[in-house]
Design a protein around this ligand. Structure first.
Ligand SMILES: [Mg+2]
Length: 238
């Protein structure tokens, strides 16, 4: 029978405001550096960081889909630039990253996010599908998820079809049996549509889509609309 068998779900800016989360995490990191690695703090707060980030990206091009490891390498290069010996620089970089990462996972959910996860997860297996490095356990959503796929694992980022295919393969379902939910028109909607999934555009800021050719199956402006929207997709399949 034709029915909906899988929900894939974007995380950043779909369940929480990622820019706000990262700004707060950055502040905690900067405070930690000031207390524990003064010379590195000076560099981290300076304009040299643009160049240092670019250098790190060139040095570790293979990590461009793995934001956690990339950030550790940036911090390592900051420590080295601050003249810490290699061993100490590595330890400090990892300790500094842990401070950042704790903050990065201290998310403030959008209204109705957890209720939506609870209701949906009782009806469908849900896979997280993210280009970011949020930790599903630390953010407190792993109890609602059957799986989680990140660009770091796949080695590619949405809208690359390999991301969507990884979820379909792991769940053992076909694209037309799956709906992807996300806030980003290119990464989420274009990507999901291209592999033949249904799509729900989470448009919380009520922005206009500029690309008329790019149509989500459905659009919501509040997370409380998701459950009924998924149900209406299910209804078209029966
Ligand atoms: Mg997003």
């Amino acid at each position: 029978m034709n029915s909906l068998k899988l929900v894939t779900l974007d995380l950043d800016n779909t369940l929480w405001d990622v820019e706000k989360t990262i700004r707060a995490a950055e502040q905690e990191l900067v405070q930690w550096l000031a207390q524990h690695a003064g010379a590195a703090h000076k560099i981290y707060s300076s304009s040299d960081m643009v160049e240092l980030r670019n250098q790190t990206l060139q040095q570790h091009a293979n990590l461009r889909h793995d934001l956690s490891r990339l950030r550790i390498e940036v911090l390592f290069n900051v420590m080295r630039a601050a003249q810490y010996p290699e061993d100490e620089a590595r330890k400090l970089a990892e300790a500094a990253f842990e401070v950042f990462f704790a903050g990065r996972n201290r998310v403030v959910f959008f209204p109705h996010a957890l209720e939506m996860l609870q209701t949906l997860s009782a009806r469908y297996p849900i896979y997280a599908l993210t280009n970011g490095n949020a930790d599903t356990t630390r953010t407190g959503i792993s109890q609602y998820l059957r799986g989680a796929i990140s660009s770091a694992q796949v080695g590619a980022s949405k809208p690359d079809p390999r991301m969507f295919q990884a979820a379909l393969d792991q769940a053992g379902v076909q694209a037309h049996q799956c709906v992807h939910i996300g806030d980003h028109l290119d990464d989420d909607i274009k990507g999901a549509n291209a592999v033949g999934m249904h799509s729900i555009w989470v448009n919380l800021h009520k922005t206009q889509s500029v690309d008329k050719a790019l149509q989500p199956s459905f659009e919501v402006t509040h997370l409380s609309e998701i459950v009924s929207t998924v149900a209406s997709i299910e209804a078209t399949l029966i």
